[in-house]
Design a protein around this ligand. Structure first.
Ligand SMILES: [Zn+2]
Length: 532
């Protein structure tokens, strides 16, 4: 089913849908109003008293919250939409638009020596692609249930031009990156994301990022950054990120804003100070955050930078060369406090012998293996060919709440699509993939963060504004009909670190571009998302 065209708004004699009597939050942060919402085709036609007005369908929302569909500004579902377009784990969170291609890695453009992250690369896809146009065409054929916004990953671009080595780009290589980025934006990319904590982005100096961000600025796109450091180098990293906005005029988004590691928690305040100051000076900067105090990424991210040079094969070779393995071990022990290992829990593993360790604390895994924790890290990553992920319980709850209090911080899950069955059920993800938005709603409904109207703004209009989606994120006449009905008493996440593959609860009805994707808590099977 495709949504109807915009012209139906003016020629319609009856509404296609009236949602009546709900507690309506418009997404702009205004106080709740008990009004009706009328939809014609794929747009909202009216918000007000629509009693007695002709409508093809009326849905009673008394006692329930009606609001715009949520926008997940930070995800990594790029290629997963091609194999799980029903996106149930996101719909059950009320998400109707997802921004993919974050943290420096995007599904396209694929070129040269670039290799997709292993979790994407190991899946089977319905077709092949290399350019953004080809990816977009496959995505549209797959008919995702959500709207999709694509960012272009800097690591994808850089590796596609010059591989994974620890060196600066030559002028002709930068020009090739600029040209490919420009082409990718021409074909539908909305901006550039960096992952400067990862290979090969970590080898790129600020000047390279400025050159590429300038390309994005010319097309009024956004620059999002998983910064070089979110721990001891946080303040320097925020400074570097803000400079990209100052030097190029590009809109800047700090991804999953946090201070990792207890000894670095105090660095959050000065970082917020820098962002506030930049905003006063006119730099267009915002940030996103997931509502958990635990991060999740590849376990080998803790390896020293020298060991990451050259990408996966090179890292594995070092790990399997006794002298170098000993040096990695020494560096790990020197750089980490003794109690650090207590904060790590194993997520996904790939070798059959390691499957038993999923969801277990590293110190318990180490005990079971009769090794020191640092040796367990080397053992697991070696056996798994580096395909080990981990949960890092390194953030402060107080800091998380402070971040969510900032008026420019929106919600982003940092979680890719998953499913309790099928090809996306086989790993052990962070619960944020299933739970971020209901968890944040729960915090708001229970009074643990900003009021509900403001919490909804952080998942709707703020996100739409920041990512330049002018007709989304607000319940008002003329806007696209991405609408939710949810039960504020029941809304909650159920996914846990031990049992992650569990849908959230409390989202009752969803319309995506005016077409019902969920009714009474069950998916309808309609998939009417668009590539935006
Ligand atoms: Zn990231």
């Amino acid at each position: 089913m495709k949504g109807m065209s915009a012209e139906t708004v003016t020629t319609q004699d009856a509404f296609d849908l009236v949602i009546e009597g709900g507690d309506v939050y418009d997404g702009l942060g205004h106080p709740v109003r008990r009004v009706d919402v009328g939809v014609c085709g794929d747009r909202i036609a009216e918000v007000g008293d629509l009693a007695g007005v002709p409508a093809r369908e009326r849905v009673n929302a008394a006692g329930l919250v009606v609001c715009p569909g949520f926008i997940d500004v930070h995800s990594h579902s790029d290629t997963y939409f091609l194999i799980e377009p029903s996106a149930a784990c996101k719909l059950h969170q009320g998400v109707t638009t997802e921004v993919v291609g974050n943290c420096g890695a995007s599904a396209a453009p694929l070129a040269g020596p670039y290799r997709m992250p292993s979790d994407w690369a190991e899946k089977d896809y319905p077709g092949r692609w290399s350019t953004v146009a080809e990816y977009r065409s496959l995505l549209e054929q797959a008919q995702p249930a959500l709207n999709v916004v694509l960012l272009i990953g800097h690591n994808t671009l850089r590796a596609g031009v010059m591989g994974y080595g620890d060196r600066f780009a030559e002028e002709d290589e930068i020009r090739l990156m600029e040209a490919r980025l420009d082409q990718a934006l021409e074909e539908g990319g909305r901006g550039l994301s960096t992952g400067l904590a990862y290979v090969p982005g970590m080898f790129a100096p600020a000047e390279e990022i400025h050159r590429l961000a300038a390309v994005v600025a010319r097309r009024a796109g956004i620059y999002t950054s998983h910064m070089r450091s979110e721990s001891s180098g946080l303040v320097e990293s925020v400074t570097e990120t803000l400079a990209v906005g100052r030097e190029t005029g590009v809109r800047v988004q700090v991804s999953h804003f946090k201070a990792s590691g207890r000894q670095n928690w105090h660095l959050l305040e000065p970082s917020i100070g820098l962002i506030d100051e930049a905003r006063v000076k006119g730099i267009d900067v915002a940030a996103d955050r997931y509502p958990y105090t635990c991060s999740c990424t590849d376990l080998d991210i803790i390896f020293p930078a020298w060991a990451e040079d050259g990408g996966r094969e090179a890292v594995l070779t070092r790990l399997r060369t006794p002298g170098l393995r000993a040096r990695i071990r020494e560096d790990l022990l020197r750089e980490r406090a003794e109690d650090y290992w207590e904060t790590v829990t194993i997520g996904s593993t790939s070798h059959p012998d390691n499957l038993q360790f999923r969801g277990q604390r590293l110190v318990d895994v180490a005990r079971a293996l009769d090794m020191a924790p640092v040796d367990a890290v080397l053992h697991l990553t070696d056996l798994d060919n580096l395909q080990t992920t981990a949960f890092f319980f390194g953030m402060s709850e107080e800091n998380m709440l402070k971040v969510f209090d900032l008026p420019y911080v929106m919600v982003g899950s940092d979680g890719s699509l998953r499913a309790p069955e099928g090809p996306l059920s086989t790993d052990h993800p962070h619960p944020r993939a299933y739970g971020s938005f209901p968890r944040y709603l729960r915090m708001a409904c229970d009074g643990h963060t900003v009021p509900l109207s403001e919490a909804i703004r952080k998942m709707t209009s703020l996100s739409a504004d920041t990512f330049n989606l002018p007709d989304r994120g607000v319940l008002a006449p003329g806007k696209r009909a991405d609408i939710l009905i949810l039960d504020p008493r029941a809304v909650a996440d159920r996914s846990t670190y031990g049992e992650p593959h569990q849908y959230s609860e409390g989202i009752r009805d969803i319309w995506v571009n005016g077409v019902p994707a969920m009714r009474n808590g069950s998916l309808t099977g309609n998939r009417t998302g668009r590539f935006l």
